[in-house]
Design a protein around this ligand. Structure first.
Ligand code: DGL
Length: 258
């Protein structure tokens, strides 16, 4: 069985393109529609109900565009809305993303793992349950990072202004750097090198993009929804703010090499 309809991937903005890059590497012959809601970004500092509403609106657009499955390439939207979204579309696989705490803890049992994410993600029950699963195996601390999303949405993924911001944000962690940092927001992989520069090479950095891509492939296989091997892959980039398409293309080039 095969299904050549597109995979719908979405985020509050351009960050989810880091997940799109992983999906393309793993399943190059699939067609993708990526929707970034940059007009409403950031989600991570908005009230829970509003994040849910915005997530539902984007999901509905992608369902209308005949997507065979939905990938929520946004930790914030996943934490706030994945469960009701699955209830709303029971016939459509809905794959979410969560901070990659598991691989970080498994690689450094007993170590210090710092989770960087948006305030909404860190406040959701879904995140607290995830943390509770692993907090006996490592010292897990969290850092809310409002502001990084705005840099990436402006196309700033390196340079002195971003580094000064990160230096200030991570000031408590530079003298004794953590063993691992988990990038719990899909915008953050684009600033991974700057985070690494601030914390130093000792700290390993994890993100959930690769795991989400593998889980998407597994779900498609399970439901007989993979594209036929001879299908040529394709990417359609859409955004609620039309002027973000140029930046989206630039980030897609970066994401393919991450
Ligand atoms: N990329 C979103 C995430 O993974 C960013 C949320 C935001 O817009 O604040 O959480």
């Amino acid at each position: 069985m095969s299904d050549n309809r597109p995979i719908g991937v979405f985020d509050s903005g351009v960050g989810g393109i880091s997940v799109l890059g992983e999906l393309i590497k793993l399943m190059p012959n699939e067609k993708y529609i990526y929707f970034g809601d940059s007009r409403n970004a950031p989600y991570g500092t908005k009230p829970h109900e509003l994040v849910r509403e915005l997530t539902f609106a984007t999901a509905s657009l992608l369902i209308q565009a005949e997507c065979k499955c939905l990938v929520i390439a946004c930790n914030t939207a996943t934490a706030a809305a994945v469960r009701p979204l699955r209830e709303l579309y029971p016939g459509v696989p809905v794959i979410g993303i969560e901070p990659a705490i598991k691989p970080a803890v498994l690689a450094d049992p007993g170590g210090h793992v710092l989770v960087m994410a948006t305030p909404v993600t860190l406040g959701e029950d879904k995140f607290h349950r995830l943390m509770a699963k692993y907090d006996r195996d490592a010292l897990i601390s969290t850092l809310a990072c409002p502001g990084i999303v705005e840099f990436v949405e402006k196309g700033i993924v390196e340079g002195p202004e971003l580094e000064a911001y990160l230096r200030n944000l991570l000031a408590d962690y530079t003298s004794t750097p953590p063993d691992a940092v988990v990038l719990g927001c899909t915008h953050y992989p684009f600033v991974r090198d700057s985070i690494s520069k601030v914390l130093g090479a000792y700290t390993k950095i994890y993100d959930g993009g690769g795991g989400t891509a593998r889980e998407t492939k597994r779900q498609l296989e399970l439901h007989g929804l993979l594209a036929s091997p001879e299908q040529e892959g394709g990417i359609t980039l859409r955004n609620s703010n039309g002027s973000m398409i140029e930046l989206s293309l630039k980030l897609l080039e970066i994401a393919r090499k991450l």
